[in-house]
Every structure is written in structure tokens, then in C-alpha cells.
Design a protein around this ligand. Structure first.
Ligand SMILES: C[S@@+](CC[C@H](N)C(=O)[O-])C[C@H]1O[C@@H](n2cnc3c(N)ncnc32)[C@H](O)[C@@H]1O
Length: 208
């Protein structure tokens, strides 16, 4: 949105922008000015400031990226075999109950190659898309992968961008609910004062 300033008129943040940013009446916000840019952010509690600091720490970010979530899933599901896929060949690895493969989720050929791996034959019970967080990346992987989810299985797309919610609503209504009428789709928007950006999930349960 572009606003033209008039002399002697205070700048107000339009309601539509406040709603888009998820700022609610009664919430405290902080202003910081840098050059000609004014940033408005939620005022954080002590604990929230600590969480934010940890996520900005390069060591924590590195650990999150380099297979930490795959190891987390392995710990959470002690009887499961965990398979990962990534476009970055440098971070592929294999260790006890974890195996990773190359896949570009924007490329249907690469997605088919992934699912033709012998260990993935017969499909999987849980699929989590935490890869390229764009509408195109998510829908491309979903289109090439949903048929490999076993009956009763769960498919989760993490960190869906706030700016793509409308596109998702549309796609769910006009495409996916029609192409998969027996599967359940739940779009979940999780309120979080720290994250007005991508704290959204799509959860699909395949018909048993
Ligand atoms: C938020 S990280 C997820 C890391 C993963 N959860 C883990 O712990 O190993 C996003 C990952 O998406 C990968 N990625 C980006 N574009 C991709 C694409 N087109 N296809 C597949 N993976 C992609 C990045 O290389 C990165 O490793």
C-alpha cells in the first residue's frame, strides 16, 4: 500500500495493514526508526526476547538447518524410519534410521525419482514439507506426493506465508477439495506475537 503524506497530518497505520500484520487492539508495540524507515514490532516479554535471540544465533540456525529436525522426528517416533529430501546435496546424510535424498520440489521429474526409491515403495505414513516455503514449492510437492501417503496418513506443510493464505483458500476450495474429496484438509493459523509472517500450517489426513 502507498500513502501520500499531507502537510501537518499525522501518519496513521491503516486498519487493513494492522489486520494484515495481526496487530490487535490492546497489544503493545514498539517503534524503531532507521533512516527513513519506521519499524513497528510487538513488544516482547523477557522469555520471548530470549527465544528471538536464540533463533538469531547462527549456531542455533545452523543446527536447525543441518538435519536437526530429522533427528528430532527420529527421537519422537522411536519405531519409525525417517527419510528426508533436499535440493542442497551438501547437507544430505545417512545415519541410524535416517536417510536423505536429493529432490528439487519444483521439479515433478525429481519428485517422481524421489518416490521411486525402493525404500519409499508402498508410501509413507507421515509427510512434512519444511522445504521451499513458497506456494509454488508447496503445491508442486503436494501434487507429486499426496498419492504416496498411506491411507490414514498425515501430510503437513509448515510455515505457510501469511501473504499466500488467500491463494491457499482458493486452491483448497477449487482444486484440492475436488481432486481429493475423501481426504480431510485443515488450514491452521497459529497466533503468535513473535511471528506475524508464516505461523500457518496445512494439515491433510488421507482417507483411511
Ligand atoms: C527450513 S530448512 C529445513 C531443514 C530441515 N527441516 C532439516 O532440519 O534438515 C529448508 C530447506 O529447504 C531446502 N530447499 C530450498 N529450496 C528447495 C527446493 N526447491 N527443493 C527442495 N528443497 C529445497 C533448503 O536447502 C533447506 O535445507
Amino acid at each position: 500500500m502507498t500513502v501520500t503524506l499531507k502537510t501537518k497530518t499525522e501518519i496513521t497505520v491503516p486498519r487493513s495493514i494492522r489486520l494484515k500484520a495481526g496487530i490487535k487492539p490492546g497489544e503493545q508495540v514498539e517503534f524503531s526508526v532507521s533512516g527513513r524507515t519506521t519499524n513497528i514490532t510487538p513488544k516482547l516479554s523477557g522469555d520471548e526476547i530470549q527465544d528471538e535471540r536464540e533463533i538469531r544465533d547462527p549456531k542455533v540456525r545452523g543446527a536447525i538447518r543441518d538435519g536437526a529436525s530429522l533427528r528430532g522426528w527420529r527421537e519422537l517416533f522411536p519405531n519409525a524410519l525417517v527419510y528426508g529430501a533436499d535440493i542442497d546435496r551438501d547437507i544430505l546424510f545417512e545415519e541410524e534410521r535416517i536417510k536423505t535424498f536429493y529432490c528439487d520440489q519444483l521439479d515433478q521429474g525429481a519428485i517422481q525419482d524421489l518416490w521411486s526409491q525402493p525404500v519409499l515403495e508402498g508410501g509413507v505414513d507421515v509427510i512434512i514439507d519444511d522445504g521451499l516455503h513458497t506456494f509454488e514449492g508447496n503445491t508442486s510437492f503436494l501434487d507429486g506426493s499426496l498419492s504416496h501417503l498411506r491411507p490414514g496418513g498425515i501430510y503437513v506443510i509448515e510455515d505457510i506465508l501469511q501473504t499466500t493464505i488467500e491463494r491457499w483458500r482458493n486452491a483448497l476450495k477449487t482444486i484440492y477439495s475436488k481432486s481429493h474429496p475423501r481426504d480431510e484438509f485443515a488450514f491452521v493459523q497459529v497466533r503468535n506475537s513473535l511471528n506475524h509472517y508464516d505461523n500457518n500450517l496445512l494439515i491433510i489426513r488421507k482417507d483411511a
